[in-house]
Design a protein around this ligand. Structure first.
Ligand code: GYE
Length: 319
């Protein structure tokens, strides 16, 4: 090409860009996100993190709240496919029953990123990556803390368990991890175990039933999340007992409510589960659209907080 022809071409392109700026601007990534619901403080923090990270990353977010119902999440995914979004983010309420809709996304060439909770699909090509916590490890951390706390004390140690949503990855795994650790200790016994659906109201209701049935027999409460523990603390106080003293309280998440309960001596320990997954999700969405390969599993870093550590960390707690 001659210098003159190049100059003409460049001038033509500049003129076209001025006439039609949108055609030359980089296309905004559209992310459809199928959220579980708004069942807990963890979930609220997770949703806020996703919304604000999308804004910061310049990603257009189509957000759907499924109110803890799988059928609503499946509907949301189908509508994202119909709208031809670039990427789908999914936090699956339960583990099973996703193959059909994930195959539909795959057939439409829309990549799916799993966040927070896992699916049990055998075909791992149905999603590009799964980012979130190791729930079995969280359950084990709860169990290990209890073993340490009860070291040298005589049994029996009667435990009641408030499980998360039936069929959800965190409920299944947190139950298993905890049982794996305490199972070898003949003093430890789970005397009651029931779902509280990860909500404060149900946690309170089920704890009331446990207290009615067991009276002063209960030594420990293991709750799969903070909200259920906070509901249970109310039930324990209403029954005239001292939470954190008469009944040892263990829960998972590490939200402000649990930290405050620990600072007040009403809860003994919390195993952290980080909900601030938004920035990680946005960078994964960008990578996927850019054609990069992601690791199949992205793990979140977490820790355990005791009462004194909670007091120190409370002022800077973000959720
Ligand atoms: O622990 C609980 C929420 O999936 C890790 O869901 C999440 C769990 C979290 O309702 O509070």
């Amino acid at each position: 090409m001659t210098i003159q022809r190049r100059a003409v071409l460049a001038a033509t392109l500049v003129a076209a860009a001025i006439a039609h700026p949108s055609a030359f601007a980089q296309k905004k990534i559209v992310l459809g996100f199928a959220q579980v619901g708004a069942e807990s403080a963890w979930r609220t923090a997770n949703t806020e993190s996703i919304k604000s990270a999308a804004k910061d990353a310049g990603i257009e977010l189509k957000f759907s709240d499924a109110q803890q119902k799988q059928e609503n999440q499946i509907k949301a995914i189908r509508s994202f496919i119909a709208q031809k979004v670039d990427v789908i983010g999914l936090s699956p309420v339960v583990e099973s029953g996703w193959d059909t809709v994930l195959q539909e996304a795959k057939a439409a060439h829309i990549p799916v990123i799993l966040t927070d909770r896992a699916v049990d699909s055998k075909d791992t090509s149905l999603y590009v990556t799964f980012m979130g916590s190791d729930f079995i490890e969280e359950g084990k951390r709860a169990g290990r803390w209890l073993e340490e706390f009860e070291k040298g004390k005589p049994g029996p140690i009667n435990i009641v368990e408030l499980q998360g949503t039936v069929g959800s990855a965190p409920a299944i795994d947190r139950k298993k991890g905890f049982a794996d650790v305490i199972g070898g200790d003949p003093r430890m016994k789970i005397i009651r175990s029931q779902t509280g659906d990860f909500t404060l109201a149900k946690g309170k209701e089920v704890m009331e039933a446990f207290l009615k049935a067991e009276g002063k027999n209960i030594n420990v409460l293991y709750a799969h999340n903070d909200d259920m523990a906070l509901g249970a603390i109310q039930a324990i106080e209403e029954a005239g007992l001292k939470p954190g003293v008469d009944i040892t309280i263990i829960s998972i998440d590490g939200t402000k409510g649990a930290f405050e309960a620990m600072a007040a001596g009403k809860q003994n320990v919390v195993v952290e589960c980080n909900p601030l997954l938004g920035p990680q999700l946005m960078s994964a969405a960008k990578d996927v659209v850019a054609g990069k390969t992601l690791p199949k599993r992205i793990l979140t870093n977490e820790t355990v907080y005791t009462q004194s550590q909670a007091v120190a960390a409370l002022p800077s707690r973000k959720y």
